[in-house]
Design a protein around this ligand. Sequence first.
Ligand SMILES: Cc1ncc(COP(=O)(O)O)c(C=O)c1O
Length: 405
Amino acid sequence: MRVPLASTQLRKKDIAAINSVLESGNLTMGEKVKEFEMAMASYLGVKHFVMVNSGSSANLAMVEALLRPTNSKPYLLPGDRVLVPAIAWPTTIWPLVQLGLKPTFVDVNLKDFAIDLVAAQETIDSFQGSVKGIFPIHPLGAAIKRSILEEFAQANQLVLINDVCESLGSFSEGHHAGDVGSAASFSFYFSHHITTMEGGGVGTNDSQIADDLRSIRSHGWSRDRTDKTSWEENVSPTDSKFLFVSTGYNIRPMEIQGALGISQLEDIPEFLKIRREIAFRVHSVVKGSRLELVGSNKLDLENERSHSWMLLPFLLNGSKTNKLREIAVEYLQKAGIETRPVLTGNFLAQPSLRRISADFPSPKFFKNASIVSESGFLIGAHHDMSEYQIELLESTLEKLVSLLD
Ligand SMILES: Cc1ncc(COP(=O)(O)O)c(C=O)c1O
């Protein structure tokens, strides 16, 4: 593929950072991970950042922390319903299923593919008191409007956790996506805004949740908690290294991931600038055509920082759009431009859900998610793209829009 969806993205300085960890012999989670966590917390403007081995693990750890906090009553109880968008990633949904909560799907809007809060309100009303949480995805680099999300959660007394795995670097009302509610997950998988190869983490302003996340990622250990001395008071010094205070997994990152994260984060402003420029140039080609660059309303200067362009989401407008989608995807593939569906498409149509329960509603009840499945697709917007690749994208799209119109 001449314009792939993702790129390896490691520069000489990143490889040097990895090599220096390997040469140091300090391989398992330690000082580099700690340093990266402090840099991430400062970048996001939150009190704590806890790194784990993937964005999926970050989601799992967040949900676990809400169900079984060590120092307070649970925020959520097994059986509680948690609202999720119908265009979702599987590992936003699975931690809820695995830990006994009920993912409750809500249609998305076509503006940016985020959860539709009007439909969310109707869902809450229809389940009469059993919806206790909301787990929105900030999709593909688009931050959900902060004040609206916060007010919605507060008005409905919902626990709010954010999946920001696709939207590091996006802002709403001067804040990074995900800084409201209990916590937010991030992914540093290799095609994302920054990479640690695999990797992820949770940002939170809640010190107790942060301490629980530190235990949960590491077998339930007390070792990395800020309150560990209070747990250790009645235990002999030899035993204190083997004190387990919560449920847990082993989802720790490695030191090379911490070092790589530090090296990458230093350059995130530049990465985001390139991604926005690509989106701007592509929008200039497709604007006014049947091929809409979803999120292009956030390209104006005032909102310059609001979108971080994980990929370029397109939606075909007008009639017979599923036929046109086929034509467009084939045309792009032939020109060497890789495409993919928008996340998983309408998640209700995935066979895995039916295997869990017959109670999940039919995909047809999620009209916008079905439109996104049938008429939407993604193209890469990677900060590694060369001028040649961007020009190829522009010229191919130019020909495609005249073909479609
Ligand atoms: C919305 C969302 N949540 C979670 C994840 C999982 O992240 P990871 O691939 O790091 O496990 C992804 C993957 O990109 C995602 O798009």
